[in-house]
Write a new protein. Structure first.
Length: 294
């Protein structure tokens, strides 16, 4: 695979740091506004809904059932097969009109069927699980801050965590804007992207730490700019090699997989941007306003 080598370039990233900070602040504020006004489209995993056990007269495949449900706006329904004729369908909503619409679409697309059981189902992700997840996130953030403070400097840890919050908030804002469903797979995607973004940020911050003895001779802006350029090849190559399979998942993986891949696409783009600009720009501005010697 072809890789990009830009290690000898000296792009003036820090020249545009204030524009990047303003852009990031605008995107985060827009995301917060979208979340407050429009909210998120939670899947049945969060809201609960109905469960139908359906027996078809002829053998059916899960993919075919999902394609039929996608045609009536229920592509994110959870579908489980017991055997070649029996499936369990969990979907959001509880009104009789929707149930009849689903049954009619399935009967039209796959032949005669019989509903063996209908149940109300609660959310998979309950309040207790959400509380535990929130605590786990706080503990993770504290661990990141501690690690960065010991290995680097406390400021490095703060800007790294701010960068992660920036990435997660923009992802939520884009999902609110597009109306895509928030499911348990989305949560897994966010955590994966946060790890990806943190790794990229640490690579840049580690190079800044290595070059830190030159801060007096070069100045903070030139030092950070040099450090970003020295790690730019690695950042671009990592983003590209990650992006290619995710693009394949997005275009070829079907509705459920494409929703997960969309989260990865957004996360890779935002995470790559933040690893170059957000943490580094905040660190530069913090140093310029309150110099730190080490």
């Amino acid at each position: 695979m072809t890789t990009f080598n830009v290690s000898k370039m000296n792009l003036p990233f820090m020249k545009y740091r204030m524009a990047a900070i303003v852009l990031s602040a605008a995107l985060v504020l827009s995301s917060l506004l979208l979340l407050a006004v429009k909210g998120l489209n939670y899947s049945v995993d969060f809201t609960g809904g109905m469960s139908m056990q359906i027996e078809f007269e002829n053998p059916v495949e899960v993919a075919a059932v999902r394609e039929t449900l996608s045609g009536i706006g229920q592509g994110q329904a959870t579908i489980q097969a017991y055997d070649d004729k029996n499936v369990l369908v969990r979907y959001q909503g509880s009104d009789d009109a929707l149930r009849r619409q689903i049954m009619s679409a399935l009967e039209e697309g796959h032949g005669a069927l019989a509903v063996r059981q209908i149940d109300d189902v609660g959310p998979v992700v309950g309040s207790e699980l959400r509380k535990q997840a929130f605590i786990a996130v706080l503990v993770s953030i504290a661990a990141i801050l501690l690690y960065m403070a010991v290995r680097f400097q406390p400021r490095f840890g703060v800007v790294a965590v701010v960068s992660l919050a920036h990435d997660a908030m923009i992802m939520l804002g884009i999902y609110s804007l597009t109306g895509r469903e928030i499911s348990t797979s989305f949560i897994a995607a966010v955590l994966t992207v946060i790890g990806y973004s943190l790794n990229d940020s640490i690579v840049v911050l580690d190079r800044i730490r290595e070059n830190w003895p030159q801060v007096r001779s070069k100045g903070i802006l030139e030092l950070i700019n040099t450090s970003i350029n020295q790690t730019l090849s690695r950042t671009i190559n990592t983003a590209l090699t990650t992006l290619l399979p995710v693009l394949a998942m997005f275009f070829l993986g079907g509705e459920v997989i494409s929703n997960l891949a969309f989260a990865f696409l957004v996360g890779i783009v935002v995470g790559t941007y933040s690893s170059i600009y957000v943490a580094s720009s905040l660190l530069a501005e913090w140093f310029l306003r309150k110099p730190l010697r080490r």
